[in-house]
Design a protein around this ligand. Structure first.
Ligand code: SF4
Length: 353
């Protein structure tokens, strides 16, 4: 299939995307069908499974929307030990469905950078075959390089919004320019790189949303994670509703347009879709998304990693989530992808995974 928007230039692109982001009725149905067709042509029907282990809820930062920001009274701050993380990773491998483990946590002061490197080496040695994605925020380029050399295959770092002003308002600890530099560093190092954004941050306009999609295209990300902003009652944004609170279709228009503008990126149906819409992740998979990311964090820790309220799967454990994903995919008629499902854009640095 010919890539959508083959001639999309930076200057004209926004005017092409905004009408799609306002589609209703038959036009909206056509948008969803087109996104699903592009997903099928570019990614196939098989769904890569990436199991997430939220290994630390310690964070030095104070992003205004985040439930585990440093200033929040989270009942328990935890860091899983390397042995406990290894045990969770072994359980993922034994389950046989996930080809990737995603290790996610707050920014420093979680485990030290050297501890993470040692952990990566242990996983690659003791649980070979799983790809490893890290997601722990901004780090210096030399740290990313060390982790890559220790076995890290991929890195997720959402830029959250392409608006420098909005970013500055929401992130007291870093600038958009710094975040984008981290993403450039990761790409330059040959790490499969994932960016993404929140849909409907307070102050976001449809034009900013279009620019978010276009920034993903400009970076040519291997993976793109987007999800609805959900106000957390313990944060300074508690009373600031999603910009599209009265138009929940916007969450799905965003994922469909994202697919059209980024045809061969891995795009997960993120958990936040379930928080705002019944069966939201299933709908996302039918409207452009191609990846599922079940939670594999040990059950008792989950309630302490609530980035936003209403996060699903808080009372389940890893095996519940693994079963659930298979049931959901069966209902959608989509098989589970085998193997690590690396980037569709470029070969991995090391084919041992
Ligand atoms: S969004 Fe990430 S960096 Fe920001 S406060 Fe939350 S865990 Fe920390």
């Amino acid at each position: 299939m010919e890539a959508p928007f083959p001639s999309l230039g930076k200057d004209t692109a926004r005017t092409e995307l905004v009408p799609l982001l306002r589609a209703t009725g038959a036009e909206l149905a056509a948008l969803y069908a087109r996104a699903d067709a592009v997903r099928r042509a570019q990614c196939g029907d098989a769904v890569p499974i990436r199991a997430i282990v939220e290994f630390s809820n310690v964070c030095a930062n104070d992003c205004l929307y985040c439930g585990i920001r440093a200033s929040n009274p989270v009942p328990v701050r935890y860091r899983m030990s390397p042995d406990d993380i290894l045990a969770a990773v072994r359980q993922i491998a034994a389950g046989g469905t996930a080809g990737t483990v995603v290790l996610q946590g707050g920014e420093t002061p979680g485990p030290s950078d050297d501890d993470v490197a040692a952990l990566l080496r242990r996983i690659k040695t003791e649980v070979p075959g799983l790809a490893i994605t890290m997601s722990v925020g901004n780090r210096p380029r030399d740290v990313y390089a060390r982790w890559r050399d220790a076995g890290m295959d991929r890195y997720l770092l959402r830029f959250e919004t392409s608006s420098a002003d909005l970013f500055a308002r929401l992130h007291p600890d870093c600038t958009l320019a710094e975040r984008l530099q981290c993403l450039r560093d990761l790409k330059a190092l040959g790490v499969q790189t994932g960016g993404g954004f929140m849909i409907g941050l307070p102050g976001e306009t449809v034009e900013i949303l279009a620019d978010n999609v276009l920034l993903c295209r400009e970076f040519d990300f291997d993976m793109i994670g987007i999800g609805p902003y959900v106000p957390h009652p313990d944060t300074p944004l508690a009373d600031e509703p999603n910009a599209y609170a009265n138009d929940p279709d916007m969450f799905f228009r965003a994922i469909a347009v994202l697919r059209l503008a980024n045809p061969d990126a891995h795009i997960p149906a993120t958990t936040a879709f379930d928080a705002v819409f019944p069966d939201g992740r299933d709908l996302a998979l039918r409207r452009g998304a191609n990846v599922f990311m079940p939670n594999a964090t040990p059950g008792p820790l989950r309630k302490n990693y609530q980035l936003y309220p209403g996060k699903p799967c808080i009372d389940e454990d890893a095996s519940d989530c693994a079963r659930c994903v298979q049931t959901r995919l069966r209902a959608l008629g989509r098989p589970v992808a085998q193997g690590p499902s690396h980037s569709l854009k470029r070969p991995p640095m090391d084919s041992s995974t």
